[in-house]
Structure formats: structure tokens, C-alpha cells
Design a protein around this ligand. Sequence first.
Ligand code: HEC
Ligand code: HEC
Ligand code: HEC
Ligand code: HEC
Ligand code: HEC
Ligand code: HEC
Ligand code: HEC
Ligand code: HEC
Ligand code: HEC
Ligand code: HEC
Ligand code: HEC
Ligand code: HEC
Ligand code: HEC
Length: 458
Amino acid sequence: MMEKRRLMNFSCRFLAFFLLVQVLILGPGAGTVLASCVTAACHQDMARIARPHAPVAEGECLECHRRQAADHPRKGGGRSFVLVATGAALCANCHDLLPAGKVVHEPVAEGDCLSCHQAHGGTGEFLLAVKDDQASLCLECHEGDDFSREYVHGPVGSGACTQCHDPHAADQPALLRQPSRRLCLSCHQELEPAPGAVLHQPFTAKKCTACHAPHSAAQSRLLREEYPGLCFSCHQQVGREYKKAKEKHLALYKDERCGNCHAVHFSPQPGLLLEKEMDLCLGCHGKDDTRKSKPLKNIKTELEGKKHLHGPLAEGSCSACHRPHGSDYFRLLSGSYPASFYAPYHQGTYDFCLSCHEPNLLRFPDTTIYTAFRNGKQNLHYLHVVNRRKGRSCRACHQPHAGSGVKLINEEGAPFGDWKIPLRLVLTPTGGSCAPGCHSRKSYDRKNPLDYNHDRKK
Ligand code: HEC
Ligand code: HEC
Ligand code: HEC
Ligand code: HEC
Ligand code: HEC
Ligand code: HEC
Ligand code: HEC
Ligand code: HEC
Ligand code: HEC
Ligand code: HEC
Ligand code: HEC
Ligand code: HEC
Ligand code: HEC
């Protein structure tokens, strides 16, 4: 290689001398036979170009330059050569027209090829002044702000603008090389959903750029907007719950926020949940809460080894009863349920339980159909709960999540201050009896009712 170049330089020098003589004898116009202008004395910069343009390397200067004056260099200043053509026409002499596209880059449309390319060659490929990092080239004309926010996209940071954009023309808006979404997935092949996955509607129906900025963003993961505002732009109902719910679920307000529970692109679980619903909730609610004031119960230990799970829990659901995004009711429940041990029934107080269970459970002092907890016709739910002075809430007798005994009866005892009131329920085919901390053992029988007044008189 080096040998060749030295040899060429030598022949160039010889040629130059020969041509100079020729020009002197024959006058202007004889330059058309000029083979090279790069000599030790002249245009040495051409020999130093790292990646010269092919015609420059070949010494075909006159493919582009035409002699217009006899003396060169001109003694009084001014140009002895002009370009054979200007703008894109100069290039079109040798290059096919660039592939057309619906969108043409403005400098290309204006034939301003030289705003990016160096006619003689450059330090990088493709006659560019830049090597791999094209950012400086492009940012000569484009505002830098869009590319320099805190979190920069990998290929933008390394200046690989033309991985995504065609510098000349393209059929896609913004000169993209492929339709926007397909372009993103051409690199992000890790986002190929497994067959059968639940897909987030905008992940398939919208461009990725609905949520992500392509170049850089002030939020991590190139998000256009902060979590969870990003989600609320479409999920206004959840947004309202988030802001207005009287009881807020702390899980939405810390760490990954919505991302604590949801995947955003796709998930094997319904509702785009990260895990099966119960596993997800128990992931946070399956630990002992070590705080001294108002610790929450460890629900996992509450369920472990229990024979009877409350209906929805047996189906793996917590959200049948709790509103995961916030609620106006105690413990994020989906309806009204009192917080205290004593809470006499009024219309509405126990709507939560009665939305799934017999709505007439507590309406009539006497019934033969609405509950099995009765003595003859006497409704014992009514007796205990409706009592205006000391109506007992359901928790006095029932467990909310699971129980070892039948009817979710609270075997360990309902918390009553520092004490737990044991219930000791025994069922019979037609009734039962219990000996709670509240009174001595009492029986009830639906077929052969006991006479409680008689008991009392004795
Ligand atoms: C592909 C076309 C092309 C070829 C081949 C070419 N030039 Fe140029 N040259 C240009 C263009 C276009 C300009 C004007 C550049 C500008 O205005 O930025 C130019 C400008 C110049 C200038 C003016 C000074 C400068 O750098 O702006 C010199 C000197 C020059 N060329 C010498 C040569 C020599 C010597 C060769 C052969 C070794 C050569 N050129 C080959 C296109 C070419
Ligand atoms: C005299 C003919 C000629 C003219 C005029 C010409 N080119 Fe070229 N150009 C070539 C040849 C030959 C190659 C090498 C082709 C190859 O390697 O396939 C080339 C290669 C290129 C390349 C690719 C370089 C690389 O690193 O692979 C670019 C970009 C280019 N030319 C741009 C231009 C532009 C812009 C103009 C107008 C300013 C222009 N050319 C004018 C002959 C010309
Ligand atoms: C905005 C900058 C820019 C302008 C203006 C521009 N180019 Fe390019 N061109 C590039 C870049 C960057 C490449 C490198 C290829 C790539 O990264 O895709 C390239 C590559 C090329 C190539 C070689 C590869 C190919 O795509 O065929 C040719 C030839 C070429 N340009 C010719 C031209 C011509 C002719 C013009 C004017 C009509 C022009 N370019 C205008 C930036 C530009
Ligand atoms: C990962 C692909 C990708 C890379 C790399 C990339 N862009 Fe973009 N660019 C896009 C997409 C996608 C759009 C369209 C934005 C939209 O639809 O909102 C775009 C739009 C643009 C626009 C149009 C104006 C705008 O913001 O809408 C310009 C200018 C631009 N990019 C320049 C650049 C420059 C300069 C670089 C390199 C520093 C670059 N891009 C790197 C994907 C990319
Ligand atoms: C010589 C100046 C110049 C250079 C250099 C330049 N551009 Fe542009 N570009 C423009 C102009 C002018 C427009 C049209 C006005 C606008 O959208 O800002 C444009 C528009 C664009 C657009 C939007 C096209 C559309 O229709 O939506 C993209 C994308 C783009 N340029 C990318 C690039 C990339 C990538 C580079 C570097 C390879 C680059 N530009 C280099 C001048 C330039
Ligand atoms: C040319 C390949 C390429 C293309 C095309 C591409 N990306 Fe990327 N993207 C990357 C690389 C490389 C990273 C960095 C990966 C890493 O750090 O692990 C990345 C990272 C990301 C990240 C994570 C950033 C973070 O802070 O963790 C997001 C979000 C992203 N890309 C979205 C997109 C979107 C949207 C598009 C389409 C507009 C797209 N990408 C197109 C290569 C690409
Ligand atoms: C509805 C908004 C939305 C859409 C649409 C969307 N994303 Fe995301 N994307 C996010 C959010 C939010 C995160 C961060 C949470 C996470 O990592 O799970 C994210 C994270 C990412 C990450 C980083 C992953 C990681 O774990 O670091 C990549 C890469 C990514 N998205 C690419 C894409 C691509 C490619 C598309 C289009 C095919 C797309 N996104 C569509 C919202 C979206
Ligand atoms: C561009 C609008 C848009 C954005 C932004 C958006 N979503 Fe969605 N999302 C939808 C649409 C549309 C549906 C499907 C409509 C429906 O079934 O209600 C949906 C459905 C969902 C579903 C239910 C999926 C199912 O199959 O049950 C969840 C969960 C969800 N989105 C969470 C999020 C989270 C978290 C964010 C923020 C990272 C977010 N969405 C951002 C439009 C959006
Ligand atoms: C504590 C876990 C958790 C968090 C945190 C959470 N969600 Fe949900 N989300 C759920 C559960 C559980 C469902 C019900 C899933 C089902 O229907 O199978 C759900 C359902 C949804 C749905 C579809 C049904 C509906 O209510 O519209 C959307 C949309 C949704 N979530 C958006 C969000 C947004 C936005 C955030 C962040 C503000 C968020 N979620 C935070 C657990 C959570
Ligand atoms: C990312 C962890 C996390 C996940 C997952 C999670 N939670 Fe929570 N949850 C919390 C935190 C933190 C609190 C607030 C504890 C406090 O008030 O001290 C809380 C409180 C609660 C409360 C009591 C609210 C109150 O005001 O008394 C209920 C009920 C609840 N969560 C149910 C659920 C359900 C149902 C799920 C599954 C859909 C779930 N949680 C998933 C972290 C989580
Ligand atoms: C059938 C309805 C129902 C289902 C299903 C349900 N819960 Fe509950 N949960 C309740 C009721 C009622 C309370 C209030 C108990 C009380 O205070 O007496 C409660 C209370 C809680 C509390 C607060 C515990 C405390 O007192 O410290 C948490 C945490 C909780 N549930 C989590 C869960 C989780 C996690 C799931 C799913 C594994 C779940 N719940 C399923 C009805 C339900
Ligand atoms: C989301 C619906 C739902 C809510 C709300 C609900 N339950 Fe249940 N409950 C069920 C289902 C389903 C079963 C099992 C089917 C059955 O045996 O009736 C069940 C069973 C029971 C049983 C056992 C019945 C039996 O015959 O073994 C009791 C007791 C009970 N629930 C009490 C309550 C109490 C107290 C509340 C309010 C704190 C409540 N439930 C709220 C759905 C619900
Ligand atoms: C004083 C204790 C006690 C209280 C308070 C109590 N229950 Fe019961 N409940 C029982 C007993 C005992 C049974 C079992 C009856 C039988 O099957 O013999 C029962 C059975 C049930 C059943 C099964 C269907 C039926 O009626 O036989 C449901 C549902 C139920 N209770 C809901 C509730 C709700 C809702 C509340 C609160 C509004 C509540 N209970 C309050 C003791 C109580």
C-alpha cells in the first residue's frame, strides 16, 4: 500500500511538471488531460484524507472541477477552477438519484448534499466529517434539547441517528426507516410477548412513542410523563380513585407505584397483574408488620392451614372485596362495613356483606327463610346485630378471610380490647349452641325453638 502511494506521488510530480509545460505551450483548456493535482507542493491535504472519495483517490479531480483561467494558482487571487455543476447535479453525474420517499429531508430536497458530505472525503465512512457518532453532524442544524435530557436512549447517546432515520428520504414520517413500532421492536426483541399473554391495548394498538420519548426524557425508562400521571391520561377513573378515595392504598403511592402490581406491556395474568392476584397481594401482606402503632395483620398466616376459606378467597381473589386502587370504605372494602366491634345495623351499614349475601338478613326480627341462625322464627342475626344499644358487628362472630371451623366462625375469638372472645360454636342438624365470652352456653333450634323467656324466668 505504502509502496504504491510513494510510487504514485513520484509519478504525480513528474506528471505535474509535464502538464505545466503543456499548459504553458498550449494555453488554457489543456487542463482537461490533467490526471492529478496532488503533489508534494500542492494539495497535499488531499493525500491526508483518511477516507478519500473514490474519484479523489483516483486523481480524477476534473470530474468535478473545470478550468476557467490559464494561470493556477492565480497570481491576483480568485479562482482558476469552477465546479462542473452545483448542488445535487454535481453528484448526479456519477451517482444514481437517491431513492425517493414520501418524506424528503429538507437539505436533500434542496440539493445541499455538501451540508453533510465532504466532497473530497472525510474521517468517517460515506464522506462524512464524523466517524461513528453522528450527533454532532445532525445537531449542527437540529436543536440539542431533545437529545440531552437526563435519561438518554442508548442509540441516541452513541450518535447512531441513522439507525432509526434515513438521512435522505423515507416513506415514514420523521424519516423513519421502518414504521415506528416495528422499528422499536427491531432492536427490542425482548418485548415479544409469550403466546396467550394478556396484551395492554396501547402496546399493540399505539406507537411506543405514545408513552416513550425516542431520544431522551426527564423520566427514567424514557417515559414521556411521570408515573402515574402517564396512566391517568387514559385511565381517568383510576385517576379519580387515586386522588379522591377517602381510604388510600399506600401501594400506589410508593416505589414503583402502578408498577408494583401491573406490567405495562403484557402479562400472563389477567388484569396485567405481575403475579397471580393472591400471590401479588400476599407478597406485601404476607409479612409480619413490625410497626408498633396500628400494625396490619399478616394475612398469609391468617390463611395458612385453615380448612375454610371465605368464598372469593377460595377462588384466588382479594379484589372481590378490596378495591386495590382506593376506596371510600374501611380497609379498602368495596362497600360500607363498620370499623368498630359494636355497630348497630341501619340501612347501609353492612352493605358490603349484604352485596353478596342475603340482603334481607337483618331486616326482620322473625323469618323462616333469610337465615339459618334462628330459633324457630326468631332471627338471631337480627337479635345480635340490630340491637340499637349494642349491635355487634359481624366480626364478633365471623372471620373475614378464613376459619378452621364452619361458617367462618371465629374460633380463636374476636378481639375485644386486650381479650379475645371465644365463640365455641357447635352445630346440630337443626340448630346449634355457643358459649361465647358474652353469655353462658345458649342453644338455638330452627325446628323446636327454645323458650328463652322461660329460661329467663327460671
Ligand atoms: C466529486 C467532486 C470533486 C472531486 C472529484 C474533486 N473535488 Fe475539489 N471540490 C469539490 C467541491 C464540491 C468543492 C467545493 C467545496 C465547498 O465549497 O465546500 C471543491 C473544492 C476544492 C478546492 C477549493 C478549496 C476547498 O477545499 O474548498 C480545491 C483546491 C479542490 N477542490 C481541489 C481538488 C483536487 C486537487 C481534486 C483531485 C485530487 C479534487 N478537488 C477533486 C468537488 C470535487
Ligand atoms: C466522478 C464521479 C463521482 C462524482 C461526481 C461523485 N461521486 Fe461519490 N463516489 C464515486 C465513486 C466511484 C464512489 C465509490 C463507489 C463504491 O465504492 O461503490 C463514490 C462513493 C461515494 C460515497 C460512499 C463513500 C463510502 O465511504 O462508501 C458517497 C457518500 C458519495 N460518493 C457521495 C457523493 C456526493 C455527495 C457527491 C456530490 C458532491 C458525489 N459523491 C459525487 C464517484 C463519484
Ligand atoms: C443530512 C445529511 C445528509 C445529506 C444532506 C445528504 N446525505 Fe448522503 N448520507 C448521509 C449519511 C449520514 C450517510 C451515511 C449512510 C447512513 O448512515 O445511512 C449518507 C450516505 C450517502 C451515500 C452512500 C450510501 C447510500 O445511501 O447510498 C450516498 C451515495 C449519498 N449519501 C449521497 C448523497 C447525495 C447525492 C446527497 C444530496 C442529494 C446527500 N447524500 C445528502 C447524510 C446526508
Ligand atoms: C431509536 C430510534 C431513534 C434514534 C436513534 C434517533 N431518533 Fe430521531 N426520532 C425517532 C422517532 C421515533 C421520531 C418520531 C417522534 C414521534 O413520532 O413523536 C424521531 C423524530 C426526530 C426528529 C423530528 C422532530 C421531532 O422531534 O419530532 C428529528 C429532527 C430527529 N428525530 C433527529 C434525530 C437525531 C439528530 C438523532 C441522533 C442524535 C436521532 N433523531 C436519533 C427515533 C429515533
Ligand atoms: C444542514 C442542516 C441539517 C442537517 C445537517 C441535518 N438536518 Fe435534519 N432537517 C433539517 C431541516 C431544515 C429540516 C426540516 C425542518 C425541521 O423539521 O426542523 C430537517 C428535518 C429533519 C427531520 C424531520 C423530518 C420530518 O419530515 O419530520 C428529521 C428526522 C431529521 N431532520 C433528522 C436528521 C438527522 C438524523 C440528521 C443527521 C444525519 C440531520 N437531520 C441533519 C436540516 C438538517
Ligand atoms: C438500534 C436499536 C434500538 C432501537 C431501534 C430502539 N432501541 Fe430502545 N434501546 C436500545 C438500547 C441499546 C437500549 C439500552 C439497553 C440497556 O441499557 O440495557 C435501549 C433502551 C430503551 C429503553 C429503556 C431505557 C431505560 O432507561 O431503561 C426504552 C424505554 C426504549 N429503549 C424504548 C425504545 C423505543 C420506544 C423505541 C422506538 C422508538 C426504541 N427503543 C428503539 C436500542 C434500540
Ligand atoms: C402505555 C404506555 C406504554 C407503551 C404504549 C409502551 N411502553 Fe414501554 N414502558 C412503559 C412503562 C410505564 C415502562 C416502565 C415500567 C416497566 O419497566 O415495567 C416501560 C418500560 C419499557 C422498557 C424498559 C424495560 C425495562 O425493564 O427496563 C422498554 C425497552 C420499553 N418500555 C419499550 C417499549 C416498546 C418497544 C414499546 C412499543 C412496542 C413500548 N415500550 C410501549 C410504558 C409503555
Ligand atoms: C394511551 C392510553 C393508555 C395509557 C397511557 C395507559 N393505558 Fe392502560 N389501557 C388502555 C386501554 C385502551 C385499555 C383497554 C381498555 C379497557 O379494557 O378498558 C387499557 C387497559 C389496561 C388495564 C386492564 C387490562 C386488562 O386486560 O384487564 C390495565 C391494568 C392498565 N391498562 C394499566 C395501565 C397502567 C398501569 C398504565 C400506566 C403505565 C396505563 N395502563 C397506561 C389505554 C392506556
Ligand atoms: C396493589 C396492587 C395494584 C396497584 C398498585 C395498582 N393496581 Fe390497578 N389493578 C389491581 C388489581 C388487583 C386489578 C384488578 C385486576 C383484574 O380485574 O383481574 C387492577 C385493575 C386495574 C385496571 C383495570 C380495571 C379498572 O379498574 O379499570 C386498570 C386500568 C388499572 N388497574 C390501572 C392502574 C393504575 C393506573 C395504577 C397506578 C395508579 C394501578 N392500577 C395500581 C391492582 C393494582
Ligand atoms: C407493594 C406492596 C403492596 C401490595 C402488592 C399490596 N399492598 Fe395492600 N398495602 C400496602 C401498604 C404499604 C399498605 C398500608 C399499610 C399501612 O397503612 O400502614 C397497604 C394496605 C392495605 C390494606 C389496608 C388499608 C387500610 O387503610 O387499612 C388493605 C385492605 C390492602 N392493603 C389490601 C391489598 C390487596 C387486596 C392487595 C392485592 C390486590 C394488596 N393490598 C397489595 C402494600 C401493598
Ligand atoms: C370476602 C371478602 C374479603 C376477601 C376476599 C378478602 N378480604 Fe381482606 N378483609 C375483609 C374484611 C371484611 C376485612 C376487615 C376485617 C375486620 O376489620 O374485621 C379485611 C381486612 C383486610 C386487611 C386488614 C387486616 C387488619 O385488620 O389488619 C388486609 C391487609 C386484607 N384484608 C388483605 C386481604 C388480602 C391480601 C386478601 C386476598 C388474599 C383479602 N384481604 C381478601 C374482607 C375480605
Ligand atoms: C364478594 C362477595 C362476598 C362478600 C362481600 C362477602 N361474602 Fe361471605 N361468602 C361469599 C361466598 C361466595 C361464600 C361461599 C358461598 C356460600 O357458602 O354462600 C361466602 C361465605 C360466607 C360465610 C359462610 C357461609 C356458609 O354457609 O358456610 C359467612 C359466614 C360469610 N360469608 C360471612 C360474610 C360476612 C360477615 C361478610 C362481610 C364482612 C361477607 N361474608 C362478605 C361471598 C362474599
Ligand atoms: C352473634 C354471632 C353472629 C353475628 C354477630 C353474626 N353472625 Fe352470621 N352467623 C352466626 C352463626 C352462629 C351462623 C351459623 C348458623 C347456622 O348455620 O346454624 C351464622 C351464619 C351466617 C351466614 C350463613 C347464612 C345464614 O344466614 O345462615 C352468613 C352469610 C352470615 N352469618 C353473615 C353474617 C353477617 C353479614 C353478619 C354481620 C352483619 C353476621 N353474620 C353476624 C353468628 C353470627
